[in-house]
Design a protein around this ligand. Structure first.
Ligand code: PEP
Ligand code: MN
Length: 362
């Protein structure tokens, strides 16, 4: 294979190892001038470690701009020559891997629409066999950690030694504040499962708009992410793809300046990161509790139907005492006070009765 002897360059390795790792550049390479000017303005900020650009763009509908294709690769080579910034490109097929490596792209990334498809991931992985190039793997579009892990495994089994993760949020149906919901707890869980892999955040594709980029970036840094990938453009409103979420290199620099990276005191920074992680875990558990409570009420409604059909009263004191007695016993082992258990079960029980009553009234 023509690419078999390639090794990671020292400059690429240095960028890859840098914390926080900041990757920026346009959603899409559009013209040679645009790529080079973006790279120069990013390099001038002194805050960017790697240049990104989409060459092949996976678009939802045909007829949208699908990227300039391989002819954009020499533009990136030129941008690197001028600025010294290592480059990174999204690859989705074996041929794209070959083309990117032929033109010296330093780091490859697998996009969210590719991570969902094991055939495509395998094809990319096969093309990477015997090549020493770092690969970043975005989370799949749907919130499925197994698919994400599967992609990591396929690429690792092909012999790729340096793998990183990109958290770019997950698709949800309908309008939300975000273009892709961050679901932070999933990124945290992925990190917990793969502590050796760096994980960077892509606020651009999470937000889909400029005004909340900073907040999402700060949140990622508070959660101890290893870096950020943020889209930038010399004239964002005129970008050929993802115009709403791109910012100029200068705005990017200001934003990076406004982020609180590290407190002077190392302990307080660790404390902050640890606290954020624990809060996300609590949010996750609270979500699960709500789900479970919802399920509990559904069962209560079923019981209501039986009682209705058999003409039995809703409130049965014996049953209620039995529930409380059970809960006190369990609660003792879980360190939950009788006062709390009584209040909690009163609330749950009242809600349950209301649900059963709805069935009777229906
Ligand atoms: C991109 O980075 O421009 C891109 C297409 O991202 P994603 O795969 O996260 O949608
Ligand atoms: Mn984009």
């Amino acid at each position: 294979m023509q690419t078999a002897e390639k090794h990671v360059k020292e400059s690429t390795q240095k960028a890859w190892n840098k914390r926080p790792l900041i990757i920026s550049g346009p959603c899409s390479a559009e013209t040679e001038e645009q790529v080079i000017e973006t790279a120069q303005r990013l390099a001038a900020t002194g805050k960017v470690d790697m240049l990104r650009a989409g060459i092949w763009k996976p678009r939802t509908k045909p007829g949208m701009f699908e990227g300039v294709g391989a002819k954009g690769l020499p533009w990136l080579q030129q941008a690197k020559k001028i600025t010294g910034l290592p480059t990174t490109v999204e690859v989705a097929t074996g041929k794209q891997v070959q083309d990117a490596l032929t033109f010296d792209v330093d780091v490859l990334w697998i996009g969210a629409r590719t991570t969902v498809n094991p055939f495509s991931v395998q094809e990319v992985a096969d093309a990477l066999r015997g090549v020493d190039v770092p690969v970043l793997i975005k989370n799949p579009i749907n919130p499925d950690l197994e698919l994400w892990s599967g992609a990591v495994e396929r690429v690792a089994r092909a012999g790729v030694k340096q793998i990183g993760l990109i958290h770019r949020g997950f698709h949800t149906y309908g309008n939300t504040e975000y273009r892709n919901a961050p679901m932070w707890h999933l990124a945290i869980e992925m990190k917990r499962r793969n502590p050796e892999l760096p994980i960077i955040n892509d606020p651009s594709h999470i937000c889909g708009r400029r005004d909340i980029l900073k907040d999402v970036s700060q949140r990622a840094i508070d959660l101890d992410f290893d870096g950020l990938m943020i889209e930038s453009h010399i004239d964002p409103d005129k970008a050929w793809s993802d115009a709403k979420q791109q910012i100029t290199p200068e705005v990017l620099a200001e934003m990076l300046d406004s982020i609180i990276w590290r407190k002077e005191d190392i302990n307080s920074e660790e404390y902050h990161a640890a606290l954020e992680k624990l809060r996300q875990q609590i949010n996750h558990l609270d979500d699960e509790l709500m789900q479970i409570l919802g399920q509990r009420m559904k069962i209560a409604e079923k019981i209501g139907e039986y009682k209705r059909d058999n003409k039995i009263t809703i409130l049965q004191t014996n049953r209620w005492n039995e529930i409380l007695e059970r809960a006190f016993k369990k609660g003792d082992n879980l360190n939950l006070s009788h006062e709390f258990i009584t209040k909690y079960f009163d609330a749950v029980h009242m809600e349950s009765i209301n649900h059963q009553k709805k069935v009777l009234d229906a």
